[in-house]
Ligand binder design. Structure first.
Ligand SMILES: NC(=O)c1ccc[n+]([C@@H]2O[C@H](COP(=O)([O-])OP(=O)(O)OC[C@H]3O[C@@H](n4cnc5c(N)ncnc54)[C@H](OP(=O)(O)O)[C@@H]3O)[C@@H](O)[C@H]2O)c1
Length: 310
């Protein structure tokens, strides 16, 4: 994404001068107060800050210092801003290795909630894949281990739950971002009641609301929102458009916060994991988990407004 577009979307029409304000510094972000959290339903009272970080694509970089500088600053911004959740997968190119290296180099592993995924889950194969992931992440336990891209209604979670029992992860879950797999995923959520479901959901991609999010609420399954910006598509829709005045009613100061607060406003959502390689974007995104969230009426108005931009 061109730098100019990113900058514009950070300010959400507030003007470039806003970037120099304390709001867009670590200190300024901290001064905004604690992040909103939601409980992990199976977590015995444990809560998660409602914004985390996705690392697909953006953390798939090499080993040169100049390639690692952006991702490292993003992870620092995440933790400095009071958040914890970093989501990765072995299939995101080098991302899982980069996450492991950064958490080790910054010594931030104890302050992070690390989520990764199993790609080729099959009886007997999960343990080897998990140990490889732990090695890359330079940790002896991840916080969340999810079956990636589940697409079978009878998907068994016994293997991954056995890894939890062995202490290799704290929570287990499933993920998909394919609508054709939603029926299967719904069946697994209802039957296996996983700790977590990671699903694509965005203001212009609301299919998950029909049955998956209600099923997750019923099963006590925490929900992580993948692709909250539709891989950046939403910023292209909003390019050059002014944030509506009434966005201040729910403490929204940028387009990124507009899109994120929309998903966080749904009661089934535990946290969103927008991807970014830019620390100022990370700080902007964390702002979505501060102040008020839109209620149902405001969320309907947000959808209507976005539709006028198309
Ligand atoms: N099946 C699965 O389980 C599955 C599948 C896909 C994705 N995921 C998860 O979902 C995460 C998010 O997906 P994603 O990163 O592909 O898409 P996304 O979060 O919807 O969008 C990322 C894009 O938004 C831009 N962006 C981020 N913050 C911004 C801001 N404040 N202002 C302007 N632009 C901003 C990023 O550019 P900059 O880098 O320039 O900020 C990037 O181009 C992934 O990283 C992954 O963890 C899971």
């Amino acid at each position: 994404m061109p730098r100019s577009l990113s900058r514009r979307s950070v300010t959400g029409g507030l003007g470039a001068a806003t970037l120099a304000s304390p709001f867009f510094t670590f200190e300024g972000a901290r001064a905004q107060g604690a992040l909103l959290t939601r409980p992990i339903p199976h977590g015995n009272g444990e809560t998660l800050p409602m914004i985390g970080l996705g690392t697909a694509v953006v953390f798939n970089v090499g080993t040169k210092p100049e390639e690692r500088a952006g991702p490292t600053a993003v992870v620092r911004a995440l933790v400095e801003g009071g958040a914890t959740l970093v989501d990765t997968a072995p299939s995101y190119g080098q991302a899982q290795i980069v996450v492991g290296d950064i958490l080790a180099a910054t010594k931030l592993r104890p302050r992070a909630f690390v989520s990764t995924k199993l790609e080729e889950y099959r009886p007997g194969g999960e343990a080897a894949e998990t140990r490889a992931a732990l090695q890359q992440l330079q940790t002896d336990k991840v916080d969340l281990l999810q079956l990636h891209n589940v697409n079978k209604a009878d998907q068994d979670m016994g293997g991954v739950n056995a890894l939890k029992a062995q202490g290799l992860c704290r929570y287990t879950g499933i993920s998909t971002t394919f609508e054709r797999a939603y029926d299967a995923v719904e069946a697994v959520v209802k039957r296996a009641k996983p700790d977590f479901l990671e699903i694509d959901y965005a203001i212009d991609n609301r299919k998950a609301e029909d049955r998956l999010l209600p099923a997750a609420l019923d099963s006590g399954t925490a929900v992580l929102v993948a692709l909250p910006f539709g891989r950046g598509r939403l910023f292209r829709t909003a390019l050059g458009k002014k944030l509506p005045e009434w966005a201040s009613e729910f403490d929204c100061a940028s387009w990124a916060q507009f899109f994120l607060k929309f998903v966080l406003g749904h009661p089934a959502i535990t946290a969103a994991i927008p991807g970014t390689k830019q620390a100022d974007h990370m700080i902007d995104n964390l702002g979505a988990a501060r102040g008020r969230l839109p209620d149902a009426k405001q969320r309907a108005r947000m959808i209507q407004y976005l539709e006028t931009l198309n």
